[in-house]
Design a protein around this ligand. Structure first.
Ligand code: SF4
Length: 321
């Protein structure tokens, strides 16, 4: 049984102008100890999927359809109190985007982690939570004595390590890392990615890594899911998809990133813009930008089909295996 089974997840943001259809019919599975990257342009629905998994959407966000089965239990119908007690941070946690701003500047970093532990595990004493925080700091490569520091006393890389420590505070099985390399220089970014990989192996964690940079995903993940305008358009084994991307959007996305392995080549930008999700185009949402668009693409939404083992694509060009 997968540790996470997302089925037909559909999340909208309700606005005065109508619903913004941010995630539509998203389905995927994650096994224990597996890492999956979630990629796509800004506004494609990656963060909406992540916030839905924790049920921490903004007040106008609604999961309108679908199931999120964590450890065999659908969490969509759960009340807020049950999410806080049993799921959030205890089963699924998140390393929030933007290491520079995600910590409260007014409190010592160690105290912020102690509070997170006690919020989700009220039976743990303050001293036990402090001891656990010291061990977490060690685990992420920080001196335990630095728990008494304030965020402004940490570099960007150290803050990112502290946020990773915080995400592990309640021993979750699944960790979502939202753009963990943002605002870090490339050397520190590589160290943070190595740390995530090491922790994944050591703790047998399942990881969802959100990134617009495909090379970051390739460092950590065995699987990748590509999102476009709220839909998951291709997912599966990362080597297969990088070698033989079948969805035209995935092909364009891969071509728009430089490769240090391939011969020198010109990078290609994807023409056009993602659609307005208040009024998305009918059929395949990629059709206004797709060089292969056919009549059927303007009328019928393609669904994810398995094209080979561990490789699914949603495109009318692609036939079932
Ligand atoms: Fe292009 Fe049609 Fe495939 Fe959409 S369904 S990606 S428009 S070929």
């Amino acid at each position: 049984m997968p540790i996470l089974d997302v089925q037909d997840l559909t999340t909208y943001y309700m606005t005065a102008r109508g619903p913004v259809r941010a995630a539509e019919g998203v389905s995927f599975q994650l096994e224990k100890g597996e890492a999956m990257g979630l990629a796509g342009e800004s506004g494609c629905g990656k963060t909406t999927v992540a916030l839905s998994l924790l049920k921490i959407l903004p007040t106008n966000g609604r999961i309108v359809r679908g199931k999120i089965i964590v450890d065999g239990k659908d969490i969509v119908p759960l009340k807020e109190s049950e999410m806080r007690k049993n799921i959030r941070w205890r089963s699924v946690s998140m390393v929030f985007q933007g290491a520079m701003n995600a910590l409260n500047p007014l409190y010592k970093i160690g105290d912020q982690i102690v509070e997170a532990i006690k919020l989700h595990e009220p039976d743990v004493t303050r001293q036990e939570a402090k001891d656990r925080t010291g061990k977490l700091f060690e685990m992420v490569g920080l001196e335990p004595s630095r728990t008494d520091n304030y965020p402004h006393e940490f570099s960007g890389g150290m803050k990112q390590r502290a946020l990773i420590a915080m995400s592990l505070a309640n021993n979750p099985h699944i960790v979502i890392a939202d753009e963990p390399g943002t605002a870090l220089d490339v050397i520190v970014q590589a160290q943070v990615l190595r740390l995530i990989s090491e922790l994944k192996e050591r703790l047998n964690l399942s990881v969802i890594m959100i990134a617009h940079d495909l090379s970051m995903i390739a460092e950590v993940c065995q699987k990748i899911a590509i999102m476009y305008a709220g839909y998951m358009v291709e997912n599966g084994d990362i080597v297969k998809i990088f070698k033989d991307p079948l969805h035209p959007y995935t092909q364009d996305l891969i071509e728009s990133f430089p490769s240090i392995m391939a011969d020198k080549q010109e990078m290609v930008s994807i023409p056009g813009f993602p659609p307005d999700l208040l009024d998305p185009p009918p059929g395949c949402r990629f059709h206004p930008r797709c060089k292969y668009a056919m009549d059927i693409c303007r009328k019928e939404t393609p669904h994810l089909l398995e094209v080979s083992a561990n490789h699914r694509v949603a495109c009318h060009l692609v036939k079932r295996k």
